[in-house]
Design a protein around this ligand. Sequence first.
Ligand SMILES: Nc1nc2c(ncn2[C@@H]2O[C@H](COP(=O)(O)OP(=O)(O)OP(=O)(O)O)[C@@H](O)[C@H]2O)c(=O)[nH]1
Ligand SMILES: [Zn+2]
Length: 205
Amino acid sequence: MPVVFVAACKLPTPFAEFTMHGFLEKATGREHVVLSLGDVTDGAPVLGRVHSECLTGDALFSQRCDCGSQLEAALQAIAREGRGVLLYLRQEGRGIGLLNKIRAYELQDGGADTVEANERLGFAADQRDYAICLPMLEHVGVHSLRLMTNNPRKVKALTDMGITVAERVPLHTGHNPHNKLYLATKANKLGHMMGNQHQSEADPA
Ligand SMILES: Nc1nc2c(ncn2[C@@H]2O[C@H](COP(=O)(O)OP(=O)(O)OP(=O)(O)O)[C@@H](O)[C@H]2O)c(=O)[nH]1
Ligand SMILES: [Zn+2]
């Protein structure tokens, strides 16, 4: 088992009182969490978000990306529904870590885009591995998601490991003048879907 469950507690937030489930990834020592709300074990597709850590956007209000705004919007949507899960994965900088992300930002300050910067540093454009999601979702009893994301590779990664993604729910928020090029590059080079169309299993356009 790549991750082991360690402990769970209540997590009151401005949006709702979630339950926070903590996990340890044995190979790396990374600590991940799932926030859950309501009964997510009844088998019906669960509104969910698989969020990759972004210290700058999630905690420090950076406008270089859309992460903080997406995190808040996802938690609000789950709270509105009264039911859902958010996986917070410690995959900072698409898996390259905070200091390398700062190196990548430095290159971007000199004109590189987000993909070129990673490649110049010797990394793939996206080094994330979603394998840990399966045991985390199994632990909280979720097998089917309505996934809030614009990233089709995230949908494919979860589907390939046996999670049903019943619907992709677009998550367009946090656009500002500082992240215009960043978002355009995600759409052009990383395949992110910037349209607002919801996609369901029955309608996999
Ligand atoms: N290497 C690198 N990582 C970045 C950069 N900007 C944001 N990130 C990281 O990218 C991750 C978020 O990925 P995104 O590509 O923004 O979005 P996503 O998770 O693939 O897709 P969504 O589900 O639609 O949000 C976080 O781990 C951020 O720290 C960057 O310029 N370089
Ligand atoms: Zn970010």
